[in-house]
Design a protein around this ligand. Structure first.
Ligand code: PHE
Length: 345
């Protein structure tokens, strides 16, 4: 900025600047501001001199006075800012705050216990060469029953209480077995090793062990010379991977329209488990799945020639398995959306 030549204004600038630097705190700065910039302050007084000057000097004086005003004003602004910075620093030092302390992290969610169980089951079967094959939850009567060797009015249909839609012949699948037909149609005449997971629905009275909605994992292997021994070996290996090497596996004969022969699979439950009696109804054995050799009619319905190939199938309820694993005594907890339950897994 150009120098100020008028001696009065130069003095004003010098004393103003000097006084400002002598201010020790914000209060002093405010007092300074009133003194120089207030209504009755030095700056106003300097401006008032203007009309008393000879006309030739007025312009130069006015310009210089404005420069002084600007300079002092700026200096005041800076001093005020420096002062508030200093005050902040002083308060931070007076009440120390450790800003390096980590904050509280937001709680991370976890996978649903049913999802974890499913992934564990996929993992075990993947190791044995089974791929995951997804099929639809809304099915037609034909695929859910007829092609699985259950014509209309077949008494075995009573094993599956069904939700029907308002469209005749369209229903919510009662098991994952109709997926057998879909996977066979897709891969025939080639060999198959697949697990078919998914939600199933049954029109049932809800209880601690039965829900109207639950997951199943179907398994299927088809090829030349597949035998019951392969089924036993596969299920035995699966059960021991899931429940431990020391577990015994028991095969009981059973009945399903789509397998022949049909079996149910139990595992022995540790006697030292306090829940053993309740879980096994006192028998020491616990059912984990239905299975069997795929019925020739079903193979044919999937496009295969039962004279050339054979296969086995099984179906299990992962919710029941998770209940055993974690001593969960109520199947309703799975879809109840209660975080107290879900966050424990
Ligand atoms: N679909 C049967 C059920 O829901 C289980 C099963 C699957 C049995 C495959 C044999 C073979 O009970």
């Amino acid at each position: 900025m150009e120098p100020v030549s008028n001696p009065d204004l130069a003095l004003l600038l010098a004393t103003g600047t000097g006084d400002l630097s002598a201010c020790a705190d914000e209060a002093a700065l405010r007092v300074w501001n009133t003194r120089y910039f207030g209504e009755k302050g030095e700056m106003v007084a300097a401006m008032k001199k203007l009309p008393t000057l000879p006309p030739t000097e007025r312009k130069g004086y006015g310009q210089e006075a404005n420069r002084v005003k600007l300079q002092l004003g700026e200096a005041y602004g800076k001093a005020l800012e420096a002062e508030s910075e200093k005050a902040l620093l002083a308060s931070v030092n007076a009440t120390p705050l450790d800003i390096t302390l980590p904050g509280r992290p937001p709680r991370r969610g976890n996978l649903h216990p049913a999802t974890k169980m499913m992934r564990e089951i996929y993992g075990i079967f993947a190791d044995m060469g089974f791929q995951v094959f997804r099929t639809r939850e809304v099915e037609d009567d034909e695929t859910n029953f007829e092609l699985l060797n259950m014509p209309p009015h077949h008494p075995a249909r009573d094993m599956w209480d069904t939700f029907h839609t308002t469209t005749p012949g369209v229903l919510l699948r009662t098991h994952t077995s109709p997926g057998q037909i879909h996977v066979m149609k897709q891969f025939c005449p080639g060999p198959i090793r697949a697990v078919l997971p998914g939600m199933c629905y049954r029109f049932e009275a809800i209880s601690t062990r039965s829900e109207i909605q639950f997951q199943q994992v179907e398994g299927l292997a088809i090829g030349e010379g597949v035998t019951m021994a392969d089924l036993k070996g596969t299920i035995g290996a699966f059960a021991r991977r899931l429940f431990g090497q020391e577990r015994q596996v028991r095969f009981r004969s059973s009945y399903f329209p789509f397998t022949e022969p049909s079996i149910e699979v139990d595992i022995d439950w540790p006697k030292e488990d306090p829940n053993a009696d309740r879980l096994t109804k006192g028998t020491g054995w616990l059912e984990i799945m239905g299975a069997g050799m795929i019925h020739p009619t079903v193979l044919r319905n999937g496009g295969y020639d039962p004279e050339k190939v054979s296969g086995f199938a099984f179906g299990m309820g992962p919710q029941r398995i998770a209940m055993l694993r974690h001593a969960i005594d109520n199947i309703r907890l799975f879809w109840g959306n209660d975080l107290r339950f879900l966050s424990r897994f």
